[in-house]
Design a protein around this ligand. Structure first.
Ligand SMILES: [Zn+2]
Length: 238
């Protein structure tokens, strides 16, 4: 695969990874700073104590800041399914975007194209499953909004790089709606035990970005149930 990677900028912010075999997750972020340059400086400054393995600017230039065999510091306090501290087992990818604080805007086609190539490359290299390609807000819903509702997860799913419910299913009537919503989000992987409301918002940003505010409870439930079924289907195929 022709993946052109710039290695000019390196971050000192990493720790030792015991084995490449532990990598099974990809976490997507936006930089959330006023410019690509300031984000790059921040991620490469040892005082910041943050980093990511990869960085993709809006023209589609791909940089590697931390080698895959090191643990980059991008996820922070995080949880998905039974796992905490996802830095240890993941690859972090930063997409340049000012984010909600500095003028959130659409990600560029160039960013998607190189991101998709990179994800395919990592999937093949580390045997990563698509139910483990996640957003920062999925694993830290109370603290993080990125990559946010403008990130096109559906586009990734069409290329088999993410999960999307193609059909919205009717929910089983025997189950209590509130319990079903809670259990659907729990089974997908969200930390509903500690952050139920935040998990709902993170779920909406990812799976119902076209209807963040107006979504009715019944529709939210149907979509959460359908997404959960899709995750189950994918997981049972491994
Ligand atoms: Zn992030």
């Amino acid at each position: 695969m022709n993946l052109s990677i710039c290695n000019k900028h390196k971050s000192p912010n990493y720790s030792i990874r015991n084995s490449l075999n532990t990598i099974d997750t990809i976490i997507l972020h936006y930089t959330g700073m006023d410019s690509a340059k300031s984000a790059l400086n921040y991620l490469c400054n040892e005082k910041s104590k943050v980093s990511a393995h990869y960085f993709i600017d809006e023209k589609g230039k791909l940089l590697q800041l931390v080698e895959d065999d090191k643990v980059a510091w991008h996820a922070g306090v995080s949880k998905w399914l039974d796992r905490k501290n996802l830095n240890e087992t993941s690859i972090g990818i930063e997409l340049v975007n000012p984010g909600h604080k500095y003028g959130y805007r659409e990600f560029t086609i160039e960013q998607y194209e190189i991101l998709e190539k990179l994800i395919k490359f990592l999937i093949n290299k580390y045997d990563i499953k698509i139910d483990r390609i996640l957003g920062h807000s999925d694993i830290a819903p109370s603290r993080k909004l990125d990559p946010g509702e403008k990130f096109d997860w559906h586009r990734l799913a069409k290329k088999n790089l993410s999960i999307w419910p193609e059909n919205v299913l009717d929910v089983p009537t025997a189950e209590h709606p509130d319990e079903l919503l809670y259990n659907s989000l729990l089974n997908i992987g969200y930390d509903v035990k500690n952050y139920y409301e935040d998990s709902i918002f993170a779920f909406k940003r990812r799976f119902i970005p076209y209807d963040l505010e107006a979504i009715k409870k019944g529709d939210l439930l149907k979509i959460a149930y359908s997404v959960n079924m899709e995750f189950n289907k994918i997981r049972s195929s491994y």
